[in-house]
Design a protein around this ligand. Structure first.
Ligand code: DGY
Length: 320
């Protein structure tokens, strides 16, 4: 039994594979594999650990229906045709829960960086502009005591809500299809309509999956409903906001600022105007990029592979 891995995953994953005697081929080169090459490699293997979801469409699953498991090295699976995987008898697994804290911390980092204009001020120093600043200059705003609106109060959103309510006394509004009883009881979170969330929040943070319903959910219409002093944060998927409309909203100061860990497309072009704007902060999709979290993701992916190769149910399944 052999597994193909399309990028270098943390060592813990290779150790687990060695322990159970599963052989592997790892693509270590740059540039990353194109779709055709990935299919060719998969044809010679029984399982696939996929870092990233590009190309896992209906054709891929038809071509690679011999695979006993596709183990995603991510929690998100919006780029994977799960229906086609199921129809072709390929179990798909992901890495849920283990990245909740790291992603919530990334949202927090973006919130603080934007609220305190940290990146803009850092760049001012680099340009030699650390002059005699006045007490009225370069002011940010406190997050403590403010209202955080969470769109998608699932596992990651709840983790963020815990940190900001316990440490900063922030109030939580949320917009979800379902009610999060636990967050309501323990964190005082209040479920509201999308409009109410937009109007009342000082920070709006997106934690929803990318689905046909959430695609392009944030555009000028939504930004105009937000306070002019509010911050928009997205650590979920870039497709949830309309990037050109966000850029325009920031340019016109319709909202105070935005912090993005996800863009559309990824990677973002170095010429993107958001990178030059003083009220925007962009990270290169680092939500899960901590040593501890990536180790755990690697472990989950390999556990899915081990189960799939034995024909057992996956511990972290995605197919219904
Ligand atoms: C995920 O796991 O889906 C995160 O976005 C990191 O890629």
């Amino acid at each position: 039994m052999k597994v193909f891995i399309n990028k270098i995953i943390p060592e813990i994953g290779f150790k687990l594979l060695d322990e159970v005697g599963i052989a592997y081929t790892v693509w270590k080169e740059k540039p990353i594999l194109d779709r055709g090459q990935a299919i060719q490699f998969c044809k010679g293997h029984d399982a696939f650990i996929s870092v990233g979801q590009a190309g896992l469409d209906a054709d891929f699953f038809k071509e690679c229906n011999h695979l006993k498991v596709v183990a995603l090295h991510s929690v998100g699976f919006d780029g994977v045709d799960i229906k086609a995987a199921t129809e072709n008898g390929v179990p798909v697994g992901n890495t849920p829960n283990v990245l909740n804290k790291a992603t919530a911390e990334t949202a927090l980092l973006l919130m603080l960086t934007v609220a305190r204009k940290a990146l803009y001020l850092h760049n001012k120093i680099k340009k030699g502009e650390w002059g005699a600043s006045q007490p009225t200059q370069d002011l940010g705003f406190d997050l403590a005591g403010k209202t955080l609106g969470i769109v998608g109060l699932g596992r990651i959103g709840t983790e963020l809500a815990k940190i900001v309510t316990q440490s900063w006394g922030m109030k939580i509004l949320y917009h979800n299809r379902s009610t999060n009883d636990e967050a309501e009881k323990e964190l005082g979170a209040k479920k509201v309509s999308m409009d109410e969330l937009l109007v009342q929040s000082d920070v709006v943070s997106v934690h929803t999956a990318l689905t046909p319903e959430t695609k392009g959910m944030f555009g000028m219409e939504q930004f105009k409903k937000m306070k002019p002093t509010a911050i928009f944060i997205n650590t979920a998927r870039g497709g949830v906001h309309k990037e050109d409309e966000l850029t325009e909203a920031l340019r016109q100061r319709i909202i105070w600022g935005a912090g993005l860990d996800v863009t559309n497309p990824e990677p973002m072009s170095k010429d993107n105007p958001l990178l030059e704007m003083e009220n925007a902060v962009v990270f290169p999709h680092i939500g899960s990029a901590t040593k501890e979290t990536r180790d755990e993701m690697s472990r989950c992916a390999v556990e899915n592979v081990i189960a799939g190769l034995k024909g057992d149910p996956l511990p972290y399944p995605v197919n219904p």
